[in-house]
Design a protein around this ligand. Sequence first.
Ligand code: ADP
Ligand code: MG
Length: 630
Amino acid sequence: MAGGLLQIAEPGESNVKEACAGRVVGIDLGTTNSLVATVRDGNPECLAVDDAGGRLLPSVVEYLPGSVIVGRQAFLDAATRPRDTIVSVKRFMGRGPEELAGTETARRWTPYRFASKTGPVVRFLVANSEREVTPVEVSAEILKTLRARAEEALGGELDGVVITVPAYFDDGQRQATKDAGRLAGLDVLRLLNEPTAAALAYGLNKKSEGTFAVYDLGGGTFDISILKLTGGVFEVKSTGGDTALGGDDFDRALADLVVKRLAITVDDAAEQRALLDACRAAKHRLTDEPSAVVELRGRATITREDFDEAVAPILQRTFAPCRRALKDAGLDPAKPILDGVILVGGATRTPAVRAFVERLFQRPPLADIDPDQVVALGAAVQADLLAGAGPREDVLLLDVIPLSLGLEMMGGVVEKIIPRNSTIPTGAKQTFTTYADDQTGFDLHVLQGERETVDQCRSLARFQLKGLPPGPAGMARLEVTFLVDADGILHVTAREETTGKESSIDVKPSYGLSDEEVERMLLESYQFAESDVKTRLLVEARVEADRIINATRAALASDGHLLAEGGRPPIDAALETLARTRAGSDHRAIVAASEALDHASQDFAQRRMDDGLRRAVAGRRIGDVERKLE
Ligand code: ADP
Ligand code: MG
């Protein structure tokens, strides 16, 4: 084991601290198929993962009482044992039952039984209901199989692996993937974004600059990513896609066509399965041949033209996400200036897909490397680089966090600490102070999302820092550090500077965010941007107003005797004005009234200061947990 290979360094610095010599591989843990690759004599190659020498391991796990079957046989058994055979487990990674409810995944891909008491994680009930397994455990079975085959091929234990994940995977989904690796007994050197892996396989990192599009059409998912290479460093500029679109839809479109041709209806589940299997085989033949025959109670001859026509509407659905990703990356969707377009995913072998991509991006795509293998090959290149003698100029791979990370402020607004699309690893620090007098703790609430208010963002974690000595508001200095490591996992540390008290949390949410949801949250953030900002300004103005009102009232109560002659009426008047304005929704008026009160009470404040009391003035504040110690 190459323990301690990766340590989290200062943001921006490379994380490779020591060399990890020996056997390292890259793993493409796919929704439909998984692969493992390694670099031999300077060239990456995929390893055989099944007995027939095939390089694709179907990502299917079948649970029988007392045994587990992974791969081809499990894939074949899926039709007859649908409940005990888990397909597309990747869709469940890092997500809880609540998050899955009502999603596309829940609707389309679940013939499964789930354990009733699941808690925050999904549990499949398998092996004739004798066993409960989580998505992490199911993925670990796939990884264990890949590991065994790789160790067989390489003649010894693996020293480290790089596993690829979709660029849009959030903290929870990444953490779940890492956990699966660990459970399979693997030393996960790093998680790598799939599009970045594809670019590495093409050696694009050897150029010094460029902008690239990666079009990935797999079995059931479509991903588009725009990568930017600057000075040998990759950055994911934008991502998009459709989680319910892929080569499997081609199979269904072809099946519809066949049923129409043969004028039959297929209701029986087993026959439907047989039809889809036959259509998939025909689809594969149509990639190389002008026509193919599907037999089912008759023979239907399907030409390439028939097929192209049938799948055209499906391809069209990739159009909007591509345009949006180009726009997000600052390119003109009508005339994108790209230095390369990479095809990834088995479904991009279909000639119609290649033609579509060429039209869309106005250049012939790179397709010399098998699109099934390209991600695994790139992961192998990355593993090899990590295993080498430390950082090289061309190994820095930057990825981005898909949604902003922030903290809850008083009044329920979110202060973004790390903005979305920041390249990782990244870190940021911000200092906060107490809101109320004698506040002895901070309640920290970590959120993810683009909207301005807490209820519109996603809660990632909560933690507290307690035991501060009571003091006036604004005295404590809380420094909060957000660090997103190379794997996209967030570490939050809060440190109170005067006492040195510290508290921290690693955000490993037991479940993550679906990509549909990432998409939705992004869309909403654009849609609501204006009203959100207004809401936020209003909330902030009110919080500040309340603080000043309360502080002034408290000061008047305790130190009223310090007031100058005739000093009280102007303060009372300003107080009353502020209280009235605060009830309205004009944030500017509230700010002005707050300033007026501040102004009116300046002399009083000065007197109190002179009297030895320090009072806080401004600053953003985090709500208190325990105002008074006893
Ligand atoms: P994933 O990334 O979801 O694991 P893959 O990249 O392995 O998926 O793609 C699987 C899809 O590619 C399936 O729909 C499969 O039918 C399709 N596919 C594989 N080979 C071919 C081919 N020769 N022609 C057309 N489609 C193919
Ligand atoms: Mg894939």
